[in-house]
Design a protein around this ligand. Structure first.
Ligand code: C2O
Ligand code: CU
Length: 445
């Protein structure tokens, strides 16, 4: 992998270049001392699994299962995770997707640590400050290793708040079988049936772990039938007063999360992934029933959902830094041969300039997609507020994201406070696009 040094600062900042660094180096790692509230060990290894379709997959697994074990912690917990690598020859790391951990715990090979070699171990320590649904995955050769199974969920439960009686993570994943990835619902290519009593409070934590390389489905699209429901949280952040929804397409960015809540009705409820017909999750009082084909009447729009509230800044604020990122495609050279390239501002990593900030800066990014493909943008280490979508202000609940899908022809203004020093990735979470160069860095002076 390329190292940081290859990227270089983007442009001059006049005399700010010579100013003292804004970062206290001792804040770059998690708490080194203190007894952890929760400890986990995740062991990466190769495991032969069989999808329910019968297709064999030489999976890479954490603790011999896919998804890896679900890590459940309480908000405020000091979490310690030991990564053990027993893969035959590949390196591995753990990245905590959506958790704004200190930089040295972020698990990006070649940037915040070296990949852990076969036989090696690495200990991650961080405080789980923000409640919500997150996931972990390796960040070494991610475009091949995540799709093969090196991922799992991490759920941070609110310290004082009872969880829903039926609370489960649903990961939508695409498996590589033969040369082509195939869509599968959950990790098992299956229809899962569960018995849930009427009146039960349900929370389904949807995570899109796929790579968007399957068919032409641009983003994983879920649909929930059989009950009205609410989108209670987006990327881990609770939505304020989410209204009741029905019969909508729920397009979820690759890497993104939606938490759906509802009260179990008397009849069956079916959660479908529209890219994997017949697969999904079926809840019913006796655990039987057949999935119905969802009839959908519109698209869920987070920009207009929930109740507005004052935000710490908005599009009219004075920003210390502003960056514009244009995603485009075209013909170019990749590794010496002519290919279709997906680029940021016409450049491929490591030639995409690093975005430089100082600690405390209020930063605005304008993200524009002029290409023909979706680009789910993921900024590490920070949560950003979506301020406008396609020129229109966000009118719903404050919309905080760590992963934002950019469909073709769209543009968004997002803002964040630079409050987590270090060197961070900012990339397309279609990991094939990232591997081909759709990747840049955010750095603190
Ligand atoms: Cu979920 Cu840089 O990754
Ligand atoms: Cu992309």
């Amino acid at each position: 992998r390329h190292t940081m040094a290859a990227a270089g600062p983007s442009h001059g900042h006049g005399d700010r270049r010579t100013a003292a660094p804004s970062v206290d180096l001792t804040t770059l790692h998690g708490p080194r001392t203190g007894i952890p509230d929760r400890t986990f060990t995740l062991t990466a290894a190769e495991t032969a699994i069989k999808l329910t379709s019968g297709a064999p997959v030489a999976a890479w697994t954490f603790n011999a299962q896919v998804p890896g074990p679900e890590l459940r912690v309480k908000q405020g917990d000091l979490v310690e995770v030991t990564l053990v690598n027993r893969l035959p020859k590949e390196g591995v790391t753990l990245h905590w997707h959506g958790l704004d951990v200190p930089n040295a715990e972020d698990g990006v090979a070649g940037l915040t640590q070296d990949a852990v070699r076969p036989g090696g171990t690495h200990i991650y320590r961080f405080r789980a400050d923000r409640a919500g649904t997150y996931w972990y995955h390796t960040h070494q050769a991610s475009s091949t290793a995540v799709v093969r199974g090196l991922f799992g969920a991490i759920v941070v439960e609110r310290a004082e708040q009872a969880r829903e009686e039926f609370d489960t993570v649903v990961m939508s994943h695409a498996w590589p079988v033969g040369d082509e990835p195939r869509p599968a619902f959950g990790a098992a290519d299956t229809l899962t049936r569960k018995a849930v009593q009427p009146g039960t409070a349900v929370r389904l934590r949807l995570v899109n772990t796929g790579n968007n390389t399957v068919s032409d489905a641009e983003a994983t699209t879920f649909a929930l039938t059989g009950t009205p429901y609410r989108v209670a949280a987006i990327d881990g952040g609770e939505v304020r007063e989410p209204g009741e929804l029905r019969n909508l397409r729920l397009s979820l960015a690759t890497g993104g999360r939606y938490d759906l809540t509802f009260t179990m009705p008397n009849g069956p409820v079916y959660l479908a992934d529209l890219a994997a017909p017949g697969k999904g999750l079926l809840l019913s009082p006796d655990g039987t029933g057949t999935p119905e084909t969802p009839v959908l009447s519109g698209d869920f729009d987070p920009a207009q959902y929930g109740r507005p509230a004052p935000t710490p800044f908005d599009a009219s604020s004075r920003f210390d830094r502003q960056f514009t990122i244009v995603a485009s495609d075209g013909v170019g050279f990749v590794d010496g041969s002519l290919d279709l390239i997906q680029a940021f501002n016409g450049r491929l990593y490591p030639d995409v300039p690093m975005q430089m900030v100082r600690k405390g800066d209020l930063v605005k990014m304008t993200l524009i997609n002029r290409s023909r493909d979706n680009h789910p943008m993921h900024l590490h280490g920070h949560h950003a507020l979506v301020m406008s979508a396609n020129g229109r202000a966000v009118t719903g609940s404050p919309w905080w994201i760590d992963t934002l899908d950019l469909p073709p022809g769209t543009w968004f203004e997002i803002g964040f406070r630079a409050d987590n020093p270090g060197l961070w990735m900012d990339h397309c979470h279609n990991l094939d696009h990232a591997a081909a160069g759709m990747l840049m860095h955010l750095g603190y002076e």
